[in-house]
Write a protein that binds this ligand. Structure first.
Ligand code: GLV
Ligand code: MN
Ligand code: MN
Length: 402
């Protein structure tokens, strides 16, 4: 769904047709399992095993993708959660606490620019008025996009009652990178320790639109020159900042003509490092290079921070308990997740399923089927321990014992 044929990969964005199709699929799968499906006020969908109540165990992930993304980032966590429910049923568990599978809105920020939009809105980490005004590349606001698919954007905002139902949050995700393999080549699954600090900055560089042939070099104010400096600085500025990464993955010249000197360029900078002060220093270093180049070219630069997520340390007790229970390694990640948003409020953990190529946010993202099955079993083990069992005596001990 949302398959991007020319490039390969999937482009499924918040509230677009492909994402709505996947929500429909999710609702059908959940209902088929007897789960009660409901939409919350912030565009997130929940499927409940047991009536919602404080102390629930919540698992899940997201259904949207980056542009041209892989098949696993997001959906693996959702599908694994549904299969873990099946596994708990096979094990004969009657949960002592409610269990919910949730899918969160615009985790990638691929449409409206603010990652983890649904979980941020729910927890109050994003301002609802500002969020409603966010718009996509075609100028469609979040509010209008929500209305188009039958959601009422006026009710978006902090949802303390729903948050109070979440006792523990566990997200399973495809690994994004190959750290797991280097830490333990035999491990199909790992547990997250932390998410590094990361953020997005939009640079708008303004120059003078003009003719590509007739404009003398001395008469040019070409915003592509400082934009090029930004791209290079995103690599070169890192030398003094061990462990930092910076990326320009999106650049939009206006109006964008082969024989036209652009009048403006928008570009987006993604910067990450374990320490938020280093992240800020990297941004400053890159922006300084861009400003110097812009001044020499007669252009202006406007910098706007679109999002920032400080370093998140997942609940160490829960993480250690899970890694001991599963006998798997604990690893950090430089990728953002809804789990990082929930970690500020409730004990939260993440499981990663090994990705042999290490590639993510691209069509080559992969997890072997056997590792995905191991991931489901691991998630089921974690959930089983968290939800408890009302009637352990009634459990199936195993097919051979029946
Ligand atoms: C989401 O996957 C991100 O890390 O940007
Ligand atoms: Mn994801
Ligand atoms: Mn992602």
């Amino acid at each position: 769904m949302g398959c991007d044929r020319p490039q390969g990969g999937y482009s499924r964005h918040a509230f677009d047709d492909a994402e709505m199709q996947l929500r429909q699929w999710f609702a059908e799968q959940a209902q088929r399992r007897g789960l009660d499906v409901e939409n919350d006020r912030n565009g997130n969908v929940w499927a409940w095993w047991g009536a919602p109540a404080p102390g629930a165990v919540v698992t899940g992930s997201h259904l949207d993708s980056v542009p041209g993304g892989g098949a696993f980032d997001g959906p693996l966590g959702v599908v694994s959660a549904l299969l873990a429910v099946d596994e708990l049923r096979v094990r004969g568990i009657t949960p002592a606490r409610p269990l919910a599978v949730a899918c969160f809105l615009d985790e990638e920020g691929g449409r409206f620019g603010l990652p983890c939009l649904g979980s941020r809105l729910l927890t109050g980490a994003a301002d609802a008025d500002q969020a409603r005004r966010l718009h996509d590349a075609d100028g469609v606001s979040l509010a209008d996009a929500a209305r188009r698919v039958g959601f009422d954007p006026s009710t978006m905002g902090p949802d303390p009652a729903r948050l109070a139902t979440v006792g523990t949050f566990v997200e399973l995700h495809v690994e994004q990178g190959r750290l797991l393999r280097s830490v333990d080549p035999t491990a199909a699954v790992g547990v997250a320790s932390e998410i590094v600090a990361h953020g997005r900055w939009r640079l708008t560089i303004t120059g003078q639109g003009n003719h590509a042939g007739t404009t003398a070099l001395t008469d040019r104010s070409d915003p592509m020159i400082p934009a090029a400096a930004a791209v290079l600085a995103a690599r070169r500025a890192l030398s003094g900042f061990d462990g930092a990464v910076a990326t320009v993955g999106r650049i939009v010249p206006v109006p964008g003509g082969t024989n036209v000197i652009a009048s403006a360029v928008s570009l987006w900078l993604d910067v990450r490092h374990a320490d938020a002060t280093v992240t800020a220093a990297v941004v400053d270093a890159i922006v300084a290079d861009v400003r110097a180049e812009a001044a020499a070219e007669g252009c202006t630069v406007m910098v706007q921070r679109e999002s920032m997520s400080d370093r998140v340390a997942f609940d160490p007790g829960l993480g250690l308990e899970i890694s001991g229970r599963l006998d798997v390694p604990v690893i950090p990640t430089a990728a953002g997740h809804d789990a990082g948003v929930f970690a500020a409020h409730v004990p939260t953990a993440m499981l990663f399923v090994r990705n042999p190529s290490g590639v993510s946010h691209a069509p080559d993202e992969h997890a072997d089927a056997a590792d995905c099955v191991t991931g489901v079993q691991a998630l089921a083990d974690v959930l089983e321990n968290l939800v408890g069992d009302i009637n352990p005596a009634a459990r199936h001990v195993g097919a051979g014992d029946e």
